[in-house]
Write a protein of this length. Structure first.
Length: 240
């Protein structure tokens, strides 16, 4: 009799699964599973999870605002720490709107992302200068910076000018005084785009911006700005 050949189905291990395809599959899972289940299956699944959450050119930390409780946020920051120690290809950081990172977390991120060229802070959130002062020392290649400033933290622009010489796009919102404008003019000679929309600035600060000293400037956005005009008549009317 002729012996029949037995066919065995050979299933390759998960470690041999295509990493890109695995990461794509994991992206369809609920967030809870990506945080608490898939990283524990194997090292390959941990890497795929990190790829799903973090592996692109933008380190999007706004994602942490979507987490429901502190346990999820702690798990996210743990995976973030692993990702930061593995990857070095980020060119932009988007900071969260609701969740405020600690000073030490900001320094930890900055130390390991020296090639960052863009930092974006949601424009409806006032940035605490102490959180980024030290970080700027590591981001010497920064070209784009956007944030809302607190009125008592005017030194941030000076710190930015001292540490980051290559800024070409700047977006600052809040109370813009002559001091801030002087810091912009003196500190960012290569500036091409300046966005101070929805800010409050005095007429002298505006005049200083428009006097042509920013020779490389190609775009100035002052949309919805409030211009404060200080005149003797205005002061007298305020006293009545």
């Amino acid at each position: 009799m002729r012996k029949k050949n037995s066919c065995k189905l050979i299933i390759p291990p998960w470690s041999d699964f295509d990493p890109f395809l695995l990461s794509h599959i994991l992206s369809f899972l609920p967030l809870h599973d990506q945080l608490f289940v898939t990283p524990y299956v194997s090292r390959a699944w941990l890497t795929a999870t990190l790829d799903t959450l973090f592996h692109n050119s933008i380190l999007d930390l706004v994602f942490i605002d979507e987490l429901d409780d502190e346990i999820q946020r702690l798990r996210f920051t743990h995976l973030l720490r692993l990702a930061i120690n593995r990857y070095h290809g980020w060119v932009s950081i988007h900071l969260p709107r609701k969740y405020m990172l600690s000073y030490f977390a900001m320094v930890y991120i900055a130390e390991r992302t020296p090639m960052i060229s863009s930092v974006i802070m949601p424009c409806d959130v006032a940035l605490h200068a102490c959180l980024v002062h030290t970080s700027l020392l590591y981001w010497e290649n920064l070209k784009v910076f956007k944030a809302r400033l607190n009125s008592h933290e005017g030194l941030l622009l000076q710190q930015l000018a001292d540490s980051c010489k290559n800024i070409v796009e700047l977006g600052v919102h809040g109370e813009i005084t002559e001091k801030e404008v002087s810091s912009i003019i003196e500190g960012f000679p290569r500036l091409k785009i300046l966005d101070i929309s929805e800010s409050t600035l005095c007429h002298k600060a505006l005049s200083l911006l428009l006097d042509g000293k920013l020779r490389s400037l190609r775009e100035l956005d002052i949309l919805h700005c409030s211009i404060v005009v200080h005149t003797l008549l205005g002061n007298l009317l305020n006293l009545l």
